[in-house]
Design a protein around this ligand. Structure first.
Ligand SMILES: Nc1ncnc2c1ncn2[C@@H]1O[C@H](COP(=O)(O)OP(=O)(O)OP(=O)(O)O)[C@@H](O)[C@H]1O
Ligand SMILES: [Mg+2]
Length: 318
């Protein structure tokens, strides 16, 4: 296994196709005779991510995981299957071809997307293309086309609770930034506002990041949809912003200003979402590494520092 690079991008943590159980590979073979397999890099999950070349010339992207790699991962693939199967046909969205589930191993097959991950450090023109595609994605996914998509306001009450958890501890954990300790009560208040602020009528991706997008000229395809929910677009942009800054892109406030739907966002609501996302990263970075995901905590820590700095600027708290 290789470690995360300076840019914050993981590399090589996926299971190679050759080590995927035979019954899963046999299912993939039923999609068409397999002429070649190329393991892909990027992302965080311990499962396999592979591009398969079929004898008829088609290319198929397969992701597969079993509970032995990480207990939660098969359910995450199951949720992605539900969402991906219901996504409309837009140029920004991946197309699910088939899925496999034997109760342990879960595998999804998508049409292979052309294009590549954005270059790092971010190239300004390419970043603008991606930002425009994020806005187009949000416009096209409003109103939310999936009736039973989880509600962001419900989901985030459980996800964006970092400041609450930290405030409930007997004493602040070592490693928690002094500014955060000083303002913990107010941060808890902002976090509560965030739960309401993420409510909305758009299908959100929920995990927008360079390793979940493929840029192809003027188009960007957003892959990896298990965390989708119905909510406000601000959540997607705020959740993405720290990683862009760590990858050599603009600071979060500048990024937000370049997103064309930003003018529709209420300032205090946005600040609350910034606080919620900051609390998520700061709290999770202090936990032990989850099985099979060795690089996650340091990436969360780096994102937490960027988010706290953004929050300091937006609140003006000293
Ligand atoms: N349909 C596709 N066609 C071509 N390449 C794809 C496709 N879907 C994903 N990829 C590539 O494979 C990589 C991993 O895919 P994906 O993000 O869906 O899974 P993941 O990495 O397991 O999820 P996570 O980000 O949680 O680790 C992506 O970074 C992307 O480069
Ligand atoms: Mg991914």
């Amino acid at each position: 296994m290789r470690e995360r690079s300076e840019s914050g991008r993981a590399a090589g943590v996926h299971l190679p196709w050759s080590e995927v159980p035979g019954h899963v590979r046999a299912w993939a073979g039923s999609l068409g005779a397999i002429r070649g397999a190329r393991d892909t890099e990027g992302g965080f999950s311990p499962g396999c991510c592979v591009l398969l070349e079929l004898a008829d010339g088609r290319s198929v992207f397969v992701k597969a995981v079993g509970s032995e790699l990480n207990e939660q991962s098969p359910d995450i693939h199951r949720q992605e299957r539900r969402i991906a199967a219901a996504l409309p046909l837009f140029p920004q969205l991946p197309r699910l071809i088939d899925a496999y589930d034997d109760g342990d191993w879960v595998a999804l097959a998508f049409e292979a997307v052309r294009g590549a991950m954005p270059r790092h450090p971010w190239v300004d023109a390419e970043l603008q293309v991606v930002l425009d595609n994020v806005a187009t994605l949000h416009e096209r996914l409003t109103p939310c086309p999936i009736d039973d998509a989880p509600l962001a306001s419900v989901r985030e009450r459980a996800m964006l609770d970092g400041w609450h958890v930290l405030a409930a501890m007997d004493r602040p954990p070592p490693g928690l930034d002094e500014w955060c300790v000083r303002h913990l009560d107010r941060l808890v208040g902002l976090e509560e506002l965030a739960w309401g602020a993420v409510g909305g009528e758009t299908l959100l991706h929920g995990d927008i990041r360079a390793d979940n997008m493929l840029v192809d000229g003027p188009n960007t395809v957003f892959v990896d949809w298990p965390h989708a929910s119905r909510g406000a677009p601000v959540r997607d942009v705020v959740g993405w912003a720290a990683s862009v800054s760590l990858e050599g892109g603009p600071d979060p406030e500048t990024l937000l200003g370049r997103y064309r739907l930003a003018s529709g966002m209420e300032r205090d609501a946005t600040t609350a979402v910034v606080a919620g996302v900051a609390g998520f990263f700061v709290h999770h970075a202090l936990g032990p590494p989850p099985p099979g995901l060795p690089t996650l905590r340091s990436f969360q820590g780096a994102q937490g520092r960027v988010m706290v700095e953004w929050l300091r600027q937006r609140t003006g708290w000293r």
